[in-house]
Each structure stands twice: as C-alpha cells, then as structure tokens.
Design a protein around this ligand. Structure first.
Ligand code: PLP
Length: 230
C-alpha cells in the first residue's frame, strides 16, 4: 500500500511541476510519519524516500535510533523550548520556529553542539486562531532578529494552510507566503536565504507546488489515515 501511495504522490508531484513549469528537483517530498510505526517508515525508505517529518520530539527520539542514519528528519510541529536539546543533533530542518525566544534556545543548543541549525520561520498566513505561527506583518522583523544568531540559519518560510475539502481555497495563502518570501529575499538580509518554502499537505500539495512550494509534507496520502487513541 505504501509503495503504491508513494507512486501516486510522486506522479502528482511530477504533474504539478509540469503545470508550473518547474523542475521536479525543485520539490522535496517529506513523508510525514507521525503516529505511524518505524516499520512503515522503513517501507517508504525502501522505495527511496529519505525525508521524513514528525511533529513530536518524543516520536523523533523513538524512531531515530532504530532507523537508517541517512534519513533526514524534519521537525514540523510546535516545538517547546525545553525540548530543543533532545533534537538538536537529530533533525535536518526545524520547520516550526515561531518566536525569537525559541530561536534563542536553538542558538544556545546549537552553539553547545558546535553546529549551525537550519530552520524555517512559521507564518500563520491564513490568520487562524488555532494555528501557531507569526503574523505576516511581524515576520520580517522577527527574521531580522533571528538572522543575528550565528548558529541558526533561516532557510525560508513554512505555513500550515486551513483544513479544507477544496484545495483551491488555499491557493491564496500559498501565494501570500511565496510573496512574503520574495519580499524578504529582496531585503538581502545577512545569514538569511529564502530558498525553502514548506507548504502543502495531503489535501493541497499540488496547488502548493503550483504556487512555489519547495517542501511538501504528505502524511495521510502516503501512510493512510491516522488513528489517535488514548
Ligand atoms: C500532520 C502534518 C502534516 C501531514 O498532514 P496530512 O494531511 O496527513 O498530509 C503536514 N504538516 C504538518 C505540520 C503536520 O502536522
């Protein structure tokens, strides 16, 4: 099932790239394995996938030691400052930096670990009360502050669009995030690159690619519905 799902998703990605006149290599598929067992990650890994996303520090810590070490782990969920130390040496990219205080903690831990941590700044483009992320209007100022931190590198922006049955309704938010990233890129801020745009999930990644996504985060479309119990 996973292999077939990945084929389908890969096919959809290729077609969206074609429609948008983009090269397939511009888009990275992140397989979102949250709540799913390591055996399912292995199945996806065997088909060639190397980028996996988790939204909980605990789950990355559980899976990391038992899975191949060439996996690139992406932390895509809200990150508490007291947990940064547990993932600083495990994750490839943190997608969900939404405050200067969190970035300061990442700076602190990255310095201790003698590394530069790559991050994305999360923006709440749709202005939903229920979502984390910065307001569009405050993003540039926050980016400028984080840019001063030598062990933190901003690679771009991330957003979680509203849950919807019609992906077209999210196009406006993807376009807005892309525009914001272009505006910030044009400011040429030291230690900031705006090459990454993490947007699009199972319901809307094809539209997100048409609007410029470079990282799409697909869970259900690969691993099936998630069951949250307890
Ligand atoms: C769970 C999750 C996803 C994947 O969602 P699907 O709709 O299952 O593809 C993507 N991004 C974030 C931040 C998530 O928490």
């Amino acid at each position: 099932m996973i292999e077939e799902n990945i084929k389908q998703v890969e096919d959809n990605i290729a077609k969206a790239c074609e429609r948008a006149n983009r090269d397939r290599s511009e888009v990275t598929l992140i397989c979102v394995s949250k709540t799913k067992p390591a055996s399912m990650v292995e199945e996806a890994y065997k088909t060639g996938q190397r980028n996996f996303g988790e939204n909980k520090v605990q789950e990355i810590n559980d899976k990391y030691p038992i899975l191949p070490d060439d996996i690139k782990w992406h932390l895509i969920g809200h990150l508490q400052r007291n947990k940064v130390k547990y993932i600083i040496n495990k994750v490839h990219l943190i997608h969900s930096v939404d405050s200067i205080r969190l970035a300061e903690q990442i700076q602190h831990e990255a310095e201790k670990a003698d590394k530069v941590m790559n991050i994305l700044v999360q923006v709440n483009v749709a202005n939903e009360d229920t979502k984390f992320g910065l307001q569009v209007s405050e993003t540039e100022d926050v980016v400028r502050e984080i840019a001063k931190m030598p062990n933190v590198h901003i690679c771009g922006l991330m957003t979680i669009a509203p849950f919807t049955d019609d992906p077209e309704t999210n196009r406006v938010f993807f376009r807005k995030l892309k525009q914001l990233s272009v505006d910030i890129k044009n400011k040429n801020i030291d230690n900031v690159s705006m090459d990454c745009l993490s947007m699009g999930m199972t319901g809307d990644y094809q539209v997100a690619i048409e609007e410029g996504a470079t990282l799409v985060r697909v869970g259900t479309g690969i691993f099936g519905e998630r069951i949250y119990n307890k």
